[in-house]
Structure formats: structure tokens, C-alpha cells
Design a protein around this ligand. Structure first.
Ligand code: SF4
Length: 239
């Protein structure tokens, strides 16, 4: 694989870990192919110039933590699908060594990989994407997992998170036709056990499927207007 062992590091961000000044790591490789994906080089690492996009390796990250961990409030780990990356356990161990809380982003289709991390209290926050109706995950390139449907896997992840005792959120990017007002309503029952359901506006840009790069989607104000007549516990995330 291009850039094997390398990943992207954002040294400081206020956006990726709720309430914390964090460093953010993006791990390449994903089992989905969301057409609107705005991390296309991370979903499909074969596309990129590794030197430009993957700016860090484990050794460099260790050095970075040595110098900067004391001013950080946490480490956010995203992807791609971070749970699929072989370096994830090592990265979490490093964060533990420097006493940094870890937030993990996941698409929610890998409950069996997530569970041991939750059971051993190695994660402090999880953000799980709920991308559209479970029966439409084939439109995101989901090819299935044995006999388990996307619905079973998403429900299992939601159940594990609810039982875990850690803080978490469910997150939905509102991008038609995968998610519109009607679909938000249909997704609502899946989110009721979560402390937070975050709606993200879709911003036009570089997308995995170029045909989606200029798709029209509700902006943050539109989402707030939908929210007013809709769901008392959802929140709109503002970039
Ligand atoms: S948006 Fe979809 S394809 Fe892109 S990294 Fe996330 S889960 Fe993978």
C-alpha cells in the first residue's frame, strides 16, 4: 500500500474532540466508498502522493508527543475507518503512556473490533456515523459482512456504546439523496439512546465520486430550521 505505516497528523485542533484542544490523527484505509467522502485519499490510499498527505509515522508521532503532549487535552483518531488500521492499538497505547484521553471516529459497522476497546476502557469518547438508512448502505460501497446486515451491525454498535458508560455521539452528514428531512425522521429511532445526535452540513468540495462535489445540501441555518420542528435532542455541528 502507498504510504504504509504513515498517517496524517493535525497537531492542534479545537474541532475534532468535543471540549478539548486535541491532536488529530487520520488513518488511511476504509471499507466504505461514500460518494460524498471528503477524505478520498484516506478512503482509497492508492490515489495519493503519500509524502504529501501522510505526513507522519509512529516514530515521528512519538517525538511529537514527547514535546507537545503536556499542552494537549486529548487525541482524536479518525480515518478512513480507524478500527481497520493495524497501528490503532499502538497509537492508543502511546496516548495512554502520555495520559491523553482518546476519541475514536467510526462508521459503526465493526462492533466486534470496537468491543474489546470499550470493554478495556481504552476509549474515552466515540463518534459513530449514521450515514443513511441501514438498507441503503450498499450505496456507500458496503459489500456486507457474512450474514450480518448493516442494520444488525449498526444496531450492535449503538447497543455497545449505550452499555459502555463512556461518552459518545451519533453523527449524520445531511447530504441528499442519502439523507434528507424524511430520512432524518426515519433515522431518529436509532439515535434515541445516544446522549447526542449531531447533524453535520455537507460542504461542497473534493469528493470521492466527483459527480457529488457540487451536490446541493442544506447549510447550517437550514439544518437549524429543520431542527426546530423536529428533534429536541439533536444538535447542528458548525465548522
Ligand atoms: S466518508 Fe465514508 S468512505 Fe470516506 S472515510 Fe468516511 S466512511 Fe470511509
Amino acid at each position: 500500500m502507498v504510504g504504509e505505516g504513515r498517517f496524517a497528523l493535525v497537531k492542534t485542533t479545537l474541532l475534532d474532540y468535543p471540549g478539548k484542544v486535541a491532536a488529530s490523527i487520520f488513518l488511511p484505509g476504509c471499507h466504505l466508498r461514500c460518494p460524498y467522502c471528503q477524505n478520498p485519499d484516506f478512503a482509497d490510499p492508492g490515489r495519493i502522493n503519500a509524502e504529501l498527505s501522510f505526513n507522519e509515522d509512529m516514530e515521528g508521532f512519538h517525538r511529537f508527543l514527547n514535546h507537545r503532549a503536556r499542552i494537549l487535552g486529548g487525541l482524536a483518531i479518525s480515518g478512513g475507518e480507524a478500527l481497520l488500521h493495524p497501528k490503532l492499538p499502538e497509537l492508543i497505547s502511546l496516548a495512554e503512556e502520555y495520559k491523553l484521553p482518546v476519541k475514536l471516529d467510526t462508521a459503526g459497522l465493526l462492533p466486534e473490533i470496537l468491543k474489546p476497546y470499550l470493554d478495556s476502557n481504552r476509549l474515552n469518547y466515540v463518534a459513530m456515523d449514521l450515514k443513511t438508512l441501514p438498507e441503503r448502505y450498499s450505496e456507500l460501497g458496503w459489500k456486507g459482512s457474512g450474514t450480518k446486515s448493516a442494520e444488525i451491525l449498526l444496531n450492535k454498535t449503538i447497543e455497545l456504546l449505550a452499555e459502555s458508560g463512556i461518552d459518545y455521539e451519533i453523527r449524520t452528514t445531511v447530504v441528499p439523496p442519502l439523507v434528507d428531512e424524511k430520512i432524518l425522521k426515519q433515522l431518529e429511532p436509532l439515535t434515541l439512546s445516544a446522549p447526542r445526535w449531531i447533524w453535520q452540513a455537507y460542504h461542497q468540495g473534493n469528493t470521492l465520486n466527483p459527480e457529488w462535489s457540487h451536490i446541493k445540501a442544506p447549510d447550517e441555518d437550514d439544518l437549524r430550521n429543520i431542527l426546530e420542528i423536529f428533534h429536541p435532542v439533536a444538535e447542528v455541528f458548525v465548522r
